[in-house]
Design a protein around this ligand. Structure first.
Ligand SMILES: *Cc1c(COP(=O)(O)O)cnc(C)c1O
Length: 405
């Protein structure tokens, strides 16, 4: 399929280019030390991860440890309450540890093992990426350092406990605002000091090349499975595919399976409390081009051009930028990006729970809310929504803040 001069038949050969660019976006805006480390990872990725041994070991892990393939569920009661559109969900909530994040963590940790590294390093905000990586590290017998701001450590006690039980070392970051941004800086600093012994495992399709590409490729299992399963279930492709976008890994995984198909693709960002800067985290909707965390993309900036404070009811979506490939797919017109606010999200959280017996993560509830809106607009056809994770982690917060609806 061709659109605006881009041939999606050969898309994965051309994007990213050898410098890690998707059009203007992506690249490597980092110190020389880190550039060496990134070059090492890139070389290893292209040799090791394309080897049949690596591929078959990862396939075995996906099946026997992660519980893949995850199913697609037809959401019959939800669909019929909205009209004549059939809504389906890809059940990444049924992946081991309850979300899609393990898809790339197992890939990254397996790569670490093949490269002979002893340790994996990462940052975490709400703790979801930290838990997934700690799980992967335990599985492969790797040491694991997770950098986390003091503020987040206090807020996310259950995830801190999980990481510790899994044997990870949670490193407290005490400078600045003591949240995700400082944790990223500290983790990268530790990594540049020690990159011969360890490997940095990023949490989404962000960061310097090759991370956006590598994480997309590891997450593409979602899209590949979905396309096959949907065809088998219905004999057709879905008319539309929907996923939530924080950094954008679950979305890129899903979208990559359908870029070359006549399928409408929607990436949904959190509008939070509204359109004022600071009240949302919809970077692709309201941001401008800029560099942060080692890559060029679309980001929300404050008056000094620094990453702006962002907000979302979903802690996994409150990032002031998005992966460079999303910025590119936005400009190219292949993917439509739209927003959903907190209120519609919480409604969708309860709707899916009540009508289908599935409690979704608040992040995923953004995609569900948009699918519900889109179903009413479309009137007929089918929608496949990526249910990136389960909502057990969010229940206490929802009950406390919103009560039982
Ligand atoms: C972390 C997380 C997200 C957001 O990350 P992406 O990289 O945008 O996919 C979405 N859903 C769940 C359940 C998460 O844990």
């Amino acid at each position: 399929m061709k659109l605006n001069g881009i041939d999606y038949d050969t898309y994965f050969k051309n994007y990213p280019n050898e410098k890690g660019y998707y059009g203007n976006y992506g690249g490597r805006y980092i110190s020389d030390d880190l550039k060496n480390a990134m070059k090492e990872i890139t070389d290893a990725y292209f040799t090791i991860c394309k080897s049949s041994k690596f591929i078959s070991e990862l396939r075995k892990i996906r099946k026997e440890f992660q519980g893949r393939p995850t199913p697609i569920s037809y959401l019959e009661r939800l669909s019929s309450s909205l009209g004549n559109v059939q809504i389906y969900a890809k059940r990444e909530d049924l992946n081991h540890t309850g979300a899609h994040k393990l898809n790339h963590c197992m890939g990254e940790a397996l790569l670490a093992k093949y490269m002979g590294k002893k340790k994996v390093i990462a940052e975490t905000g709400a703790g979801q990426h930290g838990v997934a990586l700690a799980t992967a590290a335990a599985y492969f017998g790797l040491e694991c350092d997770i950098y986390m701001g003091s503020v987040d450590i206090k807020k996310q006690a259950p995830n801190v406990a999980r990481m510790k039980i899994l044997g990870a070392n949670v490193v407290e970051v005490t400078h600045g605002l003591q949240t995700l941004k400082e944790a990223v800086d500290s983790a990268f600093e530790a990594y540049s000091r020690d990159y011969k012994e360890c490997i940095y495992c990023i949490g989404s399709v962000v960061g310097p090349h090759p991370f956006p590409m590598m994480v997309r490729d590891f997450q593409s299992v979602i899209g590949i499975e979905s396309r096959e399963q949907f065809l088998e279930m219905t004999g057709e492709l879905p008319d539309a595919v929907v996923a939530c976008v924080g950094g954008g890994s679950n979305a890129m995984g899903m979208f990559s399976g359908f870029l070359n198909d006549p399928v409408d693709i929607y990436g949904i960002e959190p509008l939070g409390r509204g359109t004022t800067l600071g009240d949302h985290a919809a970077s692709l909707q309201y941001g401008t081009e800029g560099v942060m965390h080692g890559f060029n993309s679309i980001m929300l900036k404050d008056e000094n051009g620094e990453p702006a404070p962002v907000y979302s009811v979903a802690s996994g979506l409150d990032y002031p930028s998005s992966g460079p490939e999303h910025a590119f797919l936005r400009d190219s017109g292949r993917v439509k990006y739209d927003v959903i606010g907190d209120d519609d999200t919480i409604d969708a959280f309860f709707e899916l729970s009540r009508k289908e017996g599935i409690i979704p993560a608040i992040e995923s509830s953004h995609a569900v809310a948009y699918a519900m809106k889109l179903a009413k607009k479309m009137g007929k056809g089918s929608i496949l929504v990526n249910l990136s994770g389960r909502g057990d982690k969010d229940m206490d917060y929802i009950i406390e803040k919103y009560g039982i609806r």
